[in-house]
Ligand binder design. Structure first.
Ligand code: C2E
Ligand code: CA
Ligand code: CA
Length: 880
């Protein structure tokens, strides 16, 4: 009996061992199952060959154990094969036990499959107790199946085998179950390992990265390279070699250090390295991780190396681009609609805008407005045709300063060829410009004084000739030579001489108008060119003469040079022109010639090339001298012209000055007012007239018939704007005791318009004193309601040019009517001057003008005649 049990145990162990071999070496699922089924079946058959035989045909063996485990571990196919083999053999054996024998094949198979199903559904587990209970159940059923035997056999069988079956086969089931569980677990572990290895391999082969397994000595254990081009000598050749055999010394050392670092650390370590591969020099980034278990007895690491050449190159490009972007040039990147996306530091320095201020704006913010829309249109045209544009542009800095820049724009297109961005580089060329300017200056300007040189003068003279021909206005070329300058140079040296010349240049510049040209030809020779002079030659000559006098006066003042107080006068030679009949050279020669004439005439003088001019100027100079004297000796007299109302009643008079010239007799203002204005005598002349007028008013106030009369006095612009005029007039009024209410000042529109604001201030001050105002020659200027309303006015005086044309000329009539309507709307009195005929007066009266002055009533007359005239009675009108 014991021997039988040992035999059975040996059989089971053999089963397990064969099973393990099958599981390990047979890879194909189906074959493995067939073989497993065969094995289980064969063991059953072998078991039945040496059974515990109770009697012929009644055998006991371990088939229930084997078949139940075949069902549990092998599944339906395995169990079916084993069951069929065992069943077939049992049938062949035959005997009394054949029915229970077959039952004991089918029952463990089904129970095993049921247990298996329960396990697959997680209802049961395979464990010691479960197997023990299962074994007990199977063998209890086996014992019960003995009842299928004939009754006498059953009793014997029960008696003999029931206990051993239960006691031996139940633990045997447990034992076999545990052994098979282990074998199956190992097999499935191996399978899982194989699968995961395959998966890993697939992953590492699919990845572009290089995977290396290296041991602690730097030996290649495994190499997986998707692209063998990335390796030295192919993946296979490497395995077994050491790093030092493959890599250069420094490189291998770096790797050994990486391995050491990785082995010492729990976290992955990285290394960037360059490698010459068959595909060229590449850059790799290695990430190394320690393996938890030693390989071949040595600690090892896995290194995944990624080819980062492209990334590194891109990074490098980016850095180069960034550095290039931050160059000396201002850089600007915009989108297609010129909205600024990015600027560099140089741009900020040039433009004055910070990056934050610039980004998001359009490039229009830089526009200076110096270049018109046509300029930008042409620029965009070129850009859209060629993709690039380059040129000089005037832009505006944040502080408003306009500056020149050299601008280069490139359009950047996307894959579809549409402009996506513009890249602009700009260089501030203001310095270059100013250098250019300087060069130009050197070419056209005198280095010592900064005045235009001969070349520029000739250029301007050329232009002036053309211009004067077109406009008819005269221009003058004035040569100027310092008298005795040579002495200064000889006595005090060139340095002092140069200083003096600079001061002369300065004085010349100051004493001339903005539009005049002052040039230096060299040495002590200067040239002045005056443009836009009067059309009439004599008048132009006198303008030049006045400017010349101013210049001579300025140059005659003492100079302070090199610590010396120096004196120098100059001689001027003038040639006038108002056409291009004479060449530049001719004009220069003539001016030069007349300059020598001036020198010959005794220096500090001005001489005209044209003798007629010389004559005219001399006469004028004489008149001016006479006027000075005449003002001193009271040669200027007051003439009065009466002013009347519509009934012919005298309302006052206009004071008109006359000059009682000792040689030339009584002169009307036309002969001297102009000169007085130009030579600066008009102020004193007008003050004299005002003084006399005030005296007269004071006298009139004494007489009842004249006490109500007013006196109009003409006032020149120069006097109105003269400093202290208001106070001077106030004094004159107080001194004379005249009533300011009776004084009326006549001003012309052009006079007022010269400096409207100042005129208003002064007129209001005078108005405050009681003085009244009339606008003279009204209608000939640029009258506008706007200015009339601002002025403290009392009267408009219709100019005689309109009166003269009345009543026949419809346009004059229209103007007169308009003036009257304007005066009425502004509540101003209106008076007409130059009334010579009754028809004129009637026309004026019928249109609403109620005050008159003119030859019809009286000519201007001396004060004594005015007093003697029978003017103070209203019947004057009836007498006409
Ligand atoms: P005005 O202020 O327009 O003076 C009117 C001028 O017309 C006067 O010329 C006067 O004699 C003249 N006149 C008067 N009635 C008639 C007439 O019925 N027919 C014609 N054809 N002429 C008439 P006058 O006295 O020769 O003065 C000329 C200009 O000189 C004045 O023009 C005025 O602008 C200026 N003037 C006169 N006296 C002074 C003065 O004391 N100071 C200033 N700054 N200018 C004065
Ligand atoms: Ca007047
Ligand atoms: Ca007038």
């Amino acid at each position: 009996m014991t021997l039988k049990l040992i035999e059975s145990a040996a059989l089971l162990i053999a089963l397990c061992w064969l099973h393990a071999l099958n599981m390990r070496h047979v890879q194909r699922q189906l074959l493995r199952k067939l073989l497993a089924g065969g094995l289980f079946g064969a063991i059953c058959v072998v078991g039945m060959l040496a059974p515990l035989t109770l009697q012929e045909g009644l055998i006991f063996d371990a088939r229930t154990v084997v078949l139940s485990m075949a069902g549990l571990f092998g599944g339906p196919l395995v169990a079916a094969i084993a069951g069929l083999m065992a069943g077939a053999y049992r049938l062949w054996l035959g005997g009394v036990g054949v029915i229970p024998g077959l039952f004991n094949i089918l029952m463990p198979v089904l129970l095993g499959l049921a247990y298996r199903t329960a396990c697959l559904h997680n209802w049961l587990r395979i464990g010691v107790w479960q197997l023990l209970l299962f074994g007990a159940l199977v063998h209890l059923l086996l014992v019960l199946s003995l009842s299928l035997l004939p009754a006498q056999d059953f009793g014997q069988a029960l008696q003999q085998v029931a206990v051993p079956i239960l006691l031996v086969l139940t633990p045997a089931t447990l034992l076999l179950g545990l052994l098979l569980q282990d074998i199956y677990r190992q097999a499935s572990d191996r399978q899982a390992l194989r699968e995961s290895e395959a998966r890993l391999r697939a992953i590492s082969e699919a990845s572009p990265d290089l995977t290396l397994v290296l041991d602690e000595e730097g030996r290649y254990l495994e190499v997986m390279a998707p692209d063998p081009q990335l390796l030295h000598g192919g993946a296979e050749g490497l395995v077994g070699k050491r790093l030092a055999d493959v890599l250069a010394v420094g490189q291998a050392e770096k790797f050994m250090a990486l391995i050491a670092r990785t082995l010492a650390s729990d976290s992955p370590q990285t290394l960037e390295y360059g490698l010459r591969t068959p595909a060229g020099q590449r850059v790799f980034e290695g990430r190394a991780r320690r393996l938890d278990t030693p390989l071949q007895g040595k600690r090892a690491v896995v290194v995944i190396a990624r080819d980062i050449t492209d990334r590194v190159n891109f990074e490098l490009d980016r850095r180069i681009a960034a550095i290039a972007f931050e160059s000396q040039q201002g850089m600007l990147i915009t989108d297609a609609s010129t909205r600024i996306l990015k600027v560099n530091r140089a741009f900020c320095q040039i433009s004055g805008y910070s990056a934050a201020e610039a980004i998001g704006q359009t490039t229009r913010m830089l526009n200076s407005g110096r270049q018109g829309p046509e300029f930008y249109q042409a620029m965009w045209q070129t850009l859209s045709e060629t993709g690039i544009w380059e040129g000089e542009v005037w832009n505006r800095r944040k502080n408003g300063e306009v500056f020149p820049e050299w601008l280069a724009i490139s359009a950047v297109c996307d894959e579809r060829g549409r402009v996506s961005n513009y890249v602009a580089s700009l260089t501030d060329i203001s310095e270059r410009k100013s250098a250019e300017e300087k060069i130009k200056h050197l070419a056209f300007y005198d280095a010592l004084t900064g005045l235009p040189n001969r070349r520029l003068l000739r250029d301007r003279l050329q232009q002036a000739r053309a211009l004067s021909r077109r406009s008819g206005q005269h221009a003058a070329l004035v040569f100027l030579d310092l008298d005795n300058f040579k002495n200064v140079n000889d006595l005090y040296g060139h340095q002092v001489g140069d200083e003096l010349l600079c001061q002369v240049a300065e004085r010349l510049r100051h004493s001339l108008r903005e539009r005049d040209t002052v040039a230096r030809l060299g040495g002590d020779e200067f040239v002045v060119m005056l443009e836009g002079l009067e059309i009439r030659a004599e008048e132009a000559a006198s303008q030049v003469e006045q400017l010349g006098a101013k210049v001579l006066e300025a140059l005659r003042q003492p100079y302070l040079a090199g610590g010396h107080s120096l004196f120098s006068s100059a001689s001027l030679g003038v040639v006038l022109f108002n056409d291009d009949q004479h060449s530049v050279d001719e004009l220069m020669q003539r001016a030069d010639l007349s300059m020598y004439t001036a020198k010959a005439a005794g220096k500090n003088a001005l001489s005209f090339y044209d003798p007629q001019m010389q004559e005219a100027v001399s006469t004028r100079l004489q008149l001016e001298a006479d006027m000075r004297r005449g003002l001193q000796s009271g040669e200027f007299l007051l003439y009065l012209q009466p002013q009347l109302d519509q009934q012919g009643g005298l309302t006052g008079a206009e004071a008109l000055v006359r000059w009682q010239h000792p040689q030339r007799g009584l002169l009307a203002p036309g002969a001297f007012i102009g000169i007085a204005e130009r030579c600066g005598l008009i102020e004193s002349l007008d003050m004299q007239v005002l003084g006399a007028a005030c005296e007269l008013l004071a006298q009139w106030a004494q007489q009842p018939h004249s006490a109500g009369l007013s006196l109009s006095v003409n006032l020149s612009a120069r006097l109105l704007y003269q400093a202290g005029f208001v106070e001077a007039l106030q004094q004159t009024l107080q001194h004379s005791g005249a009533n300011p209410q009776r004084l009326k000042l006549e001003l012309t529109e052009t006079l007022l318009l010269a400096d409207m604001d100042e005129a208003i201030v002064r007129m209001q001050a005078l108005r405050g004193m009681g003085i009244r105002f009339s606008i003279d020659d009204f209608g000939t200027g640029y009258s506008s309601m706007a200015y009339l309303q601002q002025l403290p006015l009392d009267q408009l005086k219709i100019d005689q040019s309109f009166t003269r044309e009345l009543p026949g000329n419809p346009s004059s009539l229209a103007i007169v009517r308009a003036i009257i309507a304007l005066a009425q709307s502004l509540k101003l009195e209106v008076i007409a001057e130059g009334v010579e005929t009754r028809a004129q007066r009637d026309s004026l009266l019928s249109n609403g003008c109620l005050h008159y002055q003119g030859y019809l009533f009286a000519r201007p007359m001396a004060v004594a005649d005015f007093a003697a005239a029978d003017l103070f009675r209203p019947r004057l009108a009836e007498s006409l």
